[in-house]
Design a protein around this ligand. Sequence first.
Ligand code: NAG
Length: 144
Amino acid sequence: MKFVLVVLSCLLAGAFATKPPKWPDVYSVSGMLTIPYAEINEPFYAWYDKTNGRSRVDYYGGMVKTYQLTKQGDYGVSLKLAPVTTQNQMNKETCLQVNGSASYKIDVQGILPYVRDFQLLGKLAPSIGGDSTGRDQRMDRSRS
Ligand SMILES: *[C@@H]1O[C@H](CO)[C@@H](O)[C@H](O)[C@H]1NC(C)=O
């Protein structure tokens, strides 16, 4: 009986271990890009869908939108929607398309960092209206 308990707790510890945390194949993220000394604070939004081969990242609070559509065309398509100013028009919403090629395939673009070198320190209290699963992880680079 004692042996079974030990095995069970080892299995549970394995199931709850998040080192390194594995991000899901589908997620959305919003955040703030901050460059302290330049006093730049730009909200960004990102959607990542590896399952369907699509991602989108919005910069400057949504003023610039980028799409990575890996299943369109032979090698994927990348779209960028941004205001463009020319001699005749001011801030005209413009869509720029780049087609992938054999040597440059369009890939989904994740925004969460590669965390293999990080170590989970603990979970923070859930934020108001938020959930505590995964989002509130605090990590530190392991000193190995
Ligand atoms: C990308 O591919 C589409 C569909 O084949 C084509 O209409 C378009 O002109 C291409 N765009 C560029 C920039 O190559």
